[in-house]
Design a protein around this ligand. Structure first.
Ligand code: NAD
Length: 248
């Protein structure tokens, strides 16, 4: 069994939503947490304060727009400068710009691919030498059920999220000999700001479509992340669906 105690965990886009819940879960388990944020400094610092109150030995907020390769690399470098190592990388940062393809612009497409998919390669590429040298580590990439089943108005988002799954499998193969596990989580509808902006009538339809008849709290995804880290030593290259049964 691996331990969270003292492990150094980088969580991208951790100021709110699923990323925040993951940071809290890992921090409560004793990890030293890097709270990455792009713009909302206040939310990130508030989380760092909360993590310290929980007794997490150390937590630090680091600003970096992970869709920029240089900033993503700086996030990893600053982590290692600060804590001397990196044990856990959770690629959670994500956005969506939904439009039917007829109206989707090239910029809408490129922006979502850049933030949701390219960022994952950027952080992994930067963290790779440290993981390989340590011969240990775990990477968890937050994909989506939309990457598995597609969704109206989400061509860019579904392509990025599918891409994450393919990338995860290849990274798992390449890193296995370094004892690094790489997995993806595909959440279904989770109650965060990303979900909050969905119109009420669509939300009703979502609940109707979902076999478990509810939307998941971000903590349920966070607990799966913890499971993969602590008990998932023999799990790599996999996709864990936490989706209430909306995609089976
Ligand atoms: P959210 O919008 O509440 O949070 C996303 C976070 O990512 C924010 O803190 C945002 O500032 C950060 N972020 C965005 N671009 C960034 C960048 N370039 N650099 C650094 N940080 C950046 O959304 P959420 O629901 O918490 O989503 C978290 C992840 O889960 C995303 O990858 C999302 O695609 C995925 N997801 C969410 C749902 C859902 O229903 N909420 C379902 C499936 C997958």
């Amino acid at each position: 069994m691996r331990t969270l105690n003292n492990a150094v965990a980088v969580i991208t886009g951790a100021g709110r939503g699923i990323g925040r819940a993951i940071a809290e879960e890992l921090g409560q388990g004793g990890a030293r947490v890097i709270v990455n944020y792009s713009r909302s400094k206040e939310a990130a610092e508030d989380l760092v304060k909360k993590l310290k109150e929980y007794g997490s030995r150390q937590a630090v907020a680091i600003q970096a727009d992970v869709s920029d390769a240089t900033q993503a690399a700086r996030l990893i470098e600053e982590t290692v400068q600060h804590f001397g190592r990196i044990d856990i990388l959770v690629n959670n940062a994500g956005i969506n710009l939904d439009r039917m393809m007829k109206k989707m612009t090239i910029a809408d497409w490129n922006t979502v691919i850049q933030v949701d998919l390219n960022s994952v390669f950027y952080t992994v590429k930067a963290a790779l030498p440290y993981f390989m040298e340590q011969k240990s580590g775990t990477i968890i990439n937050i994909s989506s059920f939309v990457g598995q089943m597609g969704n109206f108005g989400q061509a860019n988002y579904s392509a990025a999220k599918s891409g994450i799954v393919g990338f995860t499998r290849t990274a798992a193969l390449e890193l296995a000999r370094s004892h690094v596990t790489v997995n993806a989580i595909c959440p279904g509808f989770i109650e965060t700001e990303m979900y909050a902006i969905i119109p009420e009538n669509v939300k009703e339809a979502i609940l109707h479509r979902n076999p478990l008849g509810r939307v998941g709290p971000p903590q349920e995804v966070a607990r799966a992340v913890r499971y993969l880290i602590v008990d998932g030593e023999y799990i790599t290259g996999q996709t864990l669906n936490i989706n209430g049964g909306i995609y089976m």
